[in-house]
Design a protein. Structure first.
Length: 330
């Protein structure tokens, strides 16, 4: 395996740094913009991403940014490619490469992630555009009679196939098996499903020969379902999440960068802080790859107005700093 992959993976999980997930699809960012009364136009999307990527000093806390297909091709208002903006300050550009979900076989509730068709060709283009790492998200829903073992397996097979193709293209794959918070399930049920998902993932990664030293794992924290009535406890969540990692994740994986998955800004920071407090020195680097948990306050401060850019950038820098501090082993 190209040792450059190991270098990139280690850079992604550099001490006390995490990733900004700015890979919202056009449909997803519509929801974000609707919440602040901003029209979802290409220029507004470009202006918002420029705000983030040109925040002075954010590179002190962020090692890389996950981009969307539109965004990796965009430039600042004065014509500098976003990829070049990031590289100039030592921030790695990455790219989301999955194409969303489709129903699994005859199910009306379970989905699998699509995007393998033509992926090898798209990876060549993304590498040419400057991407150094990629992301593929597999979503698992807990509900009545689900998830099934068959759907979990199919999602992890596809996730492993994606990872193999990405490494062959010379980039580091982020493998993201997300057990959704949606539902009334208990924290214990979330733990059991997360265990099953991550066991299956590493079985498939090893089966087809993915080099585990050249990947990043992006999992969910173990948390109760949103409608369960259970109160989120960051200490309990951290302990149960670390238990899952200890049972499923080989130590050769260089880093685990958690998704926020619907946790509030504060809860995401607290969960990260507690799991790093519990982490032993020989374990993986434990960091963040957050979207909403880094951007909610930014969007509110910006409101689509150019005069609010400094305040929005200040909000982004503060949230990035808080998460960076939460990565430090106490």
């Amino acid at each position: 395996m190209n040792t450059n992959l190991y270098t990139i993976a280690r850079q992604m999980v550099a001490d006390n740094k995490g990733l900004l997930a700015a890979d919202e699809s056009t449909g997803t960012i519509q929801k974000r913009f609707d919440g602040i009364g901003v029209e979802n136009t290409e220029d507004n999307r470009r202006a918002y991403r420029e705000l983030l990527f040109t925040t002075p000093g954010f590179e002190q806390h962020v090692s890389g940014v996950i981009l969307y297909d539109e965004t990796i091709r965009q430039s600042t208002h004065d014509g500098v490619l976003f990829v070049d903006v990031l590289k100039r300050i030592g921030v790695l550009p990455g790219i989301k490469v999955d194409l969303g979900t489709e129903l699994f076989r005859d199910s009306s509730t379970e989905v699998v992630t699509k995007g393998l068709d033509g992926l090898a060709e798209r990876l060549v283009e993304y590498a040419r555009l400057g991407a150094t790492f990629t992301k593929w998200r597999a979503v698992v829903t807990i509900g009545e009679g689900i998830p099934t073992d068959e759907c979990i397996r199919e999602n992890m097979v596809r996730l492993a196939q994606y990872a193999k193709l990405v490494q062959e293209a010379g980039m580091v794959p982020i493998v993201e098996p997300e057990v959704l918070m949606d539902g009334a399930h208990s924290l214990q049920t979330c733990k059991e499903v997360t265990l099953s998902v991550q066991y299956t993932l590493f079985e498939e990664l090893e089966r087809i020969g993915v080099d585990l030293k050249g990947i990043i794992l992006k999992p969910n924290f173990v948390v109760p379902g949103k409608e369960s009535g259970e109160v989120f406890d960051p200490v309990v969540s951290a302990k149960e999440t670390l238990d899952v990692l200890g049972e499923t994740t080989p130590l050769e994986v260089p880093g685990v960068m958690f998704l926020s998955g619907g946790l509030s800004d504060t809860d995401a920071v607290d969960a990260l802080r507690e799991i790093n407090r519990l982490r032993e020195e020989h374990m993986w680097k434990l960091s963040f790859s957050y979207g909403r948990a880094l951007q909610t306050a930014v969007l509110k401060a910006w409101g689509g107005k150019s005069e609010n850019v400094p305040a929005a950038q200040s909000a982004f820098l503060e949230q990035a700093r808080r998460n960076s501090e939460a990565c430090a082993k106490k």
